[in-house]
Design a protein around this ligand. Structure first.
Ligand code: TRP
Length: 381
């Protein structure tokens, strides 16, 4: 059996550095590792519409933004099939069949759905509450089912996602087991692939809040200019108790250090050493641990570590920004790429659906045996 990757993003905004360390960076490595037979990365516009019903224009505009973000981080359409979810009707078809395999009670217990119901103002998420999900669209409630269809239509073995998606993958696995036990071994149980370290699991916002989110205005976008990145880094949350350079500082919960944990590479110490020469405090460190020790001991100012972080971030972001500019010059070509990817993805999903229909005994017109047997039975009646 081949190794197949599938993952995707909702097009509700441009992608930010949280997406990058949580998922995009890994996807590009996996793509280039040569260890996978097929790789699918898709723009989950239909899923985005489940809680943006009245904002189709937002979803539409962000499809191209996400596609540009994909290309600029190094996803390569010759290795990775990039497609748009809504253009694959087989995914709706498979979701419809999966709906028979999942109970309402199980969906209500999905932790991600539970949190999101309240977060999005769809009512109470407590199962026993009288006003449970009073404003909850059925399509949103059932999106774990549709997500299971996204994954299984491609027979994905490996799904690289953030930890918030764990309940989704677990639910998909259950659906696969149920399907295969009722209809026979057709579908593949996917494995989740989580980010490599805890800083990457969930990068906090620049304000230190638990999550980067557009509505909180605490994101650094992959498409931000250098000036925007510096302005955001300069304003970042550090240790509120670290007032004087000489004061001991806290590293834990200090967003600048969390970002360094996620972005800093050993080579950055050589590369940026001279950047800080001539400043009041010279930045002579050879590892992030040394920087942290000095910060804890006192004598390392916030501006110094912010300058270093900025250099580290720019090392990653400036090539991404440059590539994005190039792709932005030819938007029709980006759409052609998406259209080709979608056609390729559709062929795969369609082949899986052929198997699914056969297993579910709803393949009437291409089942010559069925027609012959019934013809015989009725003749002999
Ligand atoms: N729910 C995912 C998110 O919000 C996006 C998504 C939709 C997805 N379908 C998927 C991710 C299938 C992985 C596999 O980020």
């Amino acid at each position: 059996m081949g190794k197949i990757i599938l993952t995707g993003d909702r097009p509700t905004g441009r992608l930010h550095i949280g997406h990058y360390v949580g998922s995009l960076r890994r996807r590009v490595e996996l793509q280039n590792s040569g260890k996978f037979d097929e790789i699918y990365v898709f723009i989950a516009d239909a899923q985005a519409l489940t809680d943006n019903i009245d904002n189709p224009e937002k979803v539409r505009q962000n499809v191209i933004e996400v596609a540009l973000d994909y290309l600029s981080v190094g996803l390569d359409p010759s290795k990775t099939t990039i497609f748009i979810q809504s253009q694959i009707p087989e995914l709706c078809e498979l979701s419809f069949y999966f709906m028979d395999l999942v109970t309402v009670a199980r969906l209500k217990r999905n932790p991600t759905v539970k949190t999101e119901i309240e977060m999005r103002g769809f009512g109470k998420s407590d199962d026993s509450a009288e006003n449970f999900g009073t404003g909850l669209p059925v399509g949103f409630f059932t999106y774990p089912i549709s997500q299971a269809a996204d994954i299984t239509a491609f027979k994905a073995t490996t799904v690289p996602v953030g930890e918030d998606q764990e309940p989704m993958i677990e639910q998909a696995r259950e659906i696969v087991r149920k399907f295969n036990s009722v209809y026979g071994e057709v579908l593949v149980e996917p494995e989740i692939m989580l980010p490599e370290n805890s800083a990457c699991m969930r990068l906090p916002g620049t304000d230190g809040k638990a999550k980067m989110s557009k509505s909180l205005g605490n994101c650094i976008y992959l498409s931000d200019s250098s000036e925007e990145v510096w302005a955001k880094v300069k304003g970042m949350y550090t240790d509120p108790g670290h007032l004087q350079v000489s004061d001991p500082g806290k590293v834990e919960g200090n967003t600048v250090f969390t970002y360094l944990d996620a972005f800093c590479k050993p080579e950055h110490f050589d590369k940026f050493a001279d950047k800080f020469v001539g400043k009041k405090v010279s930045f002579e460190f050879h590892s992030l641990d040394e920087v942290k020790d000095q910060y804890r001991a006192g004598g390392l100012g916030d501006m110094m570590i912010k300058n270093f972080l900025y250099a580290v971030l720019e090392d990653t972001l400036s090539p991404i920004r440059e590539r994005r500019k190039q792709f932005e010059q030819d938007i029709p070509a980006v759409y052609r790429m998406l259209q080709e990817g979608t056609a390729k993805a559709r062929a795969k999903a369609s082949a899986t659906l052929d198997e699914v229909r056969r297993a579910m005994k709803i393949n009437y017109f291409d089942d010559a045996d069925l027609i012959a047997q019934q013809a015989e039975a009725f003749r002999n009646k």
